[in-house]
Design a protein around this ligand. Structure first.
Ligand SMILES: [Zn+2]
Length: 165
Protein backbone atom coordinates (compact mmCIF):
# COMPACT_ATOMS: atom_id res chain seq x y z
CA UNK A 1 0.00 0.00 0.00
CA UNK A 2 1.41 3.37 -0.99
CA UNK A 3 0.46 5.75 1.78
CA UNK A 4 0.52 9.49 1.21
CA UNK A 5 2.04 12.06 3.57
CA UNK A 6 -1.51 13.16 4.27
CA UNK A 7 -2.51 9.62 5.31
CA UNK A 8 0.42 9.51 7.73
CA UNK A 9 -0.42 12.94 9.10
CA UNK A 10 -4.00 11.92 9.93
CA UNK A 11 -2.90 8.62 11.43
CA UNK A 12 -0.46 10.55 13.64
CA UNK A 13 -3.43 12.51 14.93
CA UNK A 14 -5.42 9.30 15.52
CA UNK A 15 -2.49 7.85 17.47
CA UNK A 16 -2.24 11.03 19.56
CA UNK A 17 -5.96 10.72 20.37
CA UNK A 18 -5.48 7.06 21.31
CA UNK A 19 -2.66 8.06 23.69
CA UNK A 20 -4.93 10.71 25.25
CA UNK A 21 -7.57 8.01 25.64
CA UNK A 22 -5.08 5.72 27.30
CA UNK A 23 -4.22 8.46 29.81
CA UNK A 24 -7.83 9.41 30.58
CA UNK A 25 -10.06 7.67 33.09
CA UNK A 26 -12.94 5.93 31.33
CA UNK A 27 -11.42 6.20 27.88
CA UNK A 28 -9.53 3.58 25.92
CA UNK A 29 -6.57 3.79 23.54
CA UNK A 30 -8.36 3.66 20.24
CA UNK A 31 -8.25 6.90 18.28
CA UNK A 32 -10.14 7.98 15.19
CA UNK A 33 -10.28 11.00 12.90
CA UNK A 34 -12.71 11.63 10.08
CA UNK A 35 -11.34 13.88 7.36
CA UNK A 36 -13.13 15.59 4.53
CA UNK A 37 -11.69 18.08 2.06
CA UNK A 38 -8.41 18.09 3.96
CA UNK A 39 -9.99 18.99 7.30
CA UNK A 40 -10.92 17.01 10.41
CA UNK A 41 -14.72 17.00 10.73
CA UNK A 42 -14.90 14.65 13.71
CA UNK A 43 -12.48 12.90 16.00
CA UNK A 44 -12.42 11.01 19.25
CA UNK A 45 -11.35 7.99 21.17
CA UNK A 46 -13.12 5.02 22.68
CA UNK A 47 -15.48 6.30 25.44
CA UNK A 48 -17.35 3.06 26.22
CA UNK A 49 -16.50 3.07 29.93
CA UNK A 50 -16.89 6.83 30.36
CA UNK A 51 -20.36 6.88 28.79
CA UNK A 52 -21.50 3.44 29.94
CA UNK A 53 -22.29 2.94 26.28
CA UNK A 54 -21.19 -0.17 24.42
CA UNK A 55 -21.55 1.68 21.12
CA UNK A 56 -19.18 4.54 22.07
CA UNK A 57 -16.31 3.17 19.99
CA UNK A 58 -13.86 5.79 18.69
CA UNK A 59 -15.33 5.56 15.20
CA UNK A 60 -18.92 6.03 16.35
CA UNK A 61 -17.96 8.91 18.69
CA UNK A 62 -16.18 10.57 15.74
CA UNK A 63 -19.10 9.99 13.35
CA UNK A 64 -21.52 11.55 15.84
CA UNK A 65 -19.28 14.59 16.21
CA UNK A 66 -18.86 14.89 12.43
CA UNK A 67 -22.64 14.67 11.98
CA UNK A 68 -23.17 17.41 14.56
CA UNK A 69 -20.44 19.62 13.09
CA UNK A 70 -21.73 19.27 9.53
CA UNK A 71 -25.40 18.99 10.49
CA UNK A 72 -25.60 16.05 8.14
CA UNK A 73 -25.77 12.29 8.67
CA UNK A 74 -24.01 11.53 5.40
CA UNK A 75 -20.25 11.80 5.32
CA UNK A 76 -19.72 11.24 1.62
CA UNK A 77 -16.15 11.57 0.40
CA UNK A 78 -14.87 11.45 3.96
CA UNK A 79 -11.98 9.25 5.03
CA UNK A 80 -12.05 7.57 8.43
CA UNK A 81 -8.66 6.89 10.04
CA UNK A 82 -8.54 4.60 13.04
CA UNK A 83 -5.67 3.09 15.00
CA UNK A 84 -7.22 -0.39 15.15
CA UNK A 85 -9.12 -2.37 12.54
CA UNK A 86 -12.76 -1.32 12.98
CA UNK A 87 -15.25 -3.82 14.32
CA UNK A 88 -18.33 -4.92 12.41
CA UNK A 89 -20.52 -2.31 14.09
CA UNK A 90 -18.26 0.58 13.14
CA UNK A 91 -17.71 -0.70 9.61
CA UNK A 92 -21.46 -1.03 9.16
CA UNK A 93 -22.00 2.46 10.61
CA UNK A 94 -19.48 3.73 8.06
CA UNK A 95 -21.52 2.10 5.31
CA UNK A 96 -24.63 3.92 6.59
CA UNK A 97 -22.71 7.18 6.89
CA UNK A 98 -21.56 6.71 3.26
CA UNK A 99 -17.94 7.12 4.24
CA UNK A 100 -15.85 6.41 1.16
CA UNK A 101 -12.64 5.10 2.64
CA UNK A 102 -11.51 3.52 5.90
CA UNK A 103 -7.82 3.43 6.76
CA UNK A 104 -6.71 1.55 9.85
CA UNK A 105 -3.40 0.97 11.59
CA UNK A 106 -3.09 -2.27 13.51
CA UNK A 107 -5.04 -5.24 12.15
CA UNK A 108 -6.32 -8.45 13.67
CA UNK A 109 -2.99 -10.21 13.31
CA UNK A 110 -1.13 -7.39 15.11
CA UNK A 111 -3.03 -7.48 18.42
CA UNK A 112 -4.70 -9.85 20.87
CA UNK A 113 -7.85 -11.55 19.61
CA UNK A 114 -9.88 -10.11 22.52
CA UNK A 115 -10.22 -6.84 20.58
CA UNK A 116 -12.46 -8.48 18.04
CA UNK A 117 -16.03 -9.59 18.43
CA UNK A 118 -15.65 -12.80 16.53
CA UNK A 119 -12.68 -15.08 16.68
CA UNK A 120 -13.45 -17.10 13.57
CA UNK A 121 -14.80 -14.74 10.99
CA UNK A 122 -13.37 -11.38 10.04
CA UNK A 123 -16.45 -9.15 10.07
CA UNK A 124 -14.68 -6.66 7.88
CA UNK A 125 -14.28 -9.31 5.16
CA UNK A 126 -17.95 -10.15 5.50
CA UNK A 127 -18.98 -6.52 5.15
CA UNK A 128 -16.56 -5.95 2.31
CA UNK A 129 -18.11 -8.86 0.42
CA UNK A 130 -21.70 -8.17 1.27
CA UNK A 131 -22.19 -4.42 1.11
CA UNK A 132 -21.23 -1.28 -0.77
CA UNK A 133 -18.45 -1.93 -3.22
CA UNK A 134 -17.46 1.73 -3.11
CA UNK A 135 -16.23 1.55 0.48
CA UNK A 136 -12.49 1.08 0.42
CA UNK A 137 -10.85 -0.56 3.42
CA UNK A 138 -7.11 -0.29 3.76
CA UNK A 139 -5.11 -1.57 6.71
CA UNK A 140 -1.57 -1.46 7.95
CA UNK A 141 -0.79 2.27 7.97
CA UNK A 142 1.82 2.75 10.74
CA UNK A 143 0.69 -0.64 12.02
CA UNK A 144 3.72 -1.26 14.23
CA UNK A 145 3.29 2.07 16.02
CA UNK A 146 -0.46 1.53 16.41
CA UNK A 147 0.09 -2.01 17.71
CA UNK A 148 2.15 -0.67 20.63
CA UNK A 149 -1.13 0.78 22.00
CA UNK A 150 -2.58 -2.72 22.42
CA UNK A 151 -2.02 -6.05 24.08
CA UNK A 152 0.10 -8.19 21.72
CA UNK A 153 -1.32 -11.29 20.01
CA UNK A 154 0.60 -13.79 22.12
CA UNK A 155 -0.03 -12.18 25.55
CA UNK A 156 -1.51 -14.35 28.27
CA UNK A 157 -4.70 -12.47 29.16
CA UNK A 158 -6.97 -14.11 31.68
CA UNK A 159 -10.51 -14.84 30.52
CA UNK A 160 -11.85 -12.34 33.08
CA UNK A 161 -9.90 -9.51 31.51
CA UNK A 162 -10.98 -10.18 27.95
CA UNK A 163 -13.54 -7.73 26.59
CA UNK A 164 -15.17 -10.08 24.13
CA UNK A 165 -16.19 -12.84 26.54
ZN1 LIG B 1 -16.16 -0.53 16.68
Amino acid sequence: MAWTAEDRNWMHRAIALAREGEATEGMNPIGCVIVRDGKIVGEGCNEVDLRHDATAHAEIVSMRRAGQALQCNELRDAVLYTTLQPCGMCTMASVWAKIGRIVYGAGREDVHEMYFEDRHLDTVDFIRDAFRDDLSLEGGLMAAECATLYVPPDADVSKMEQFNR
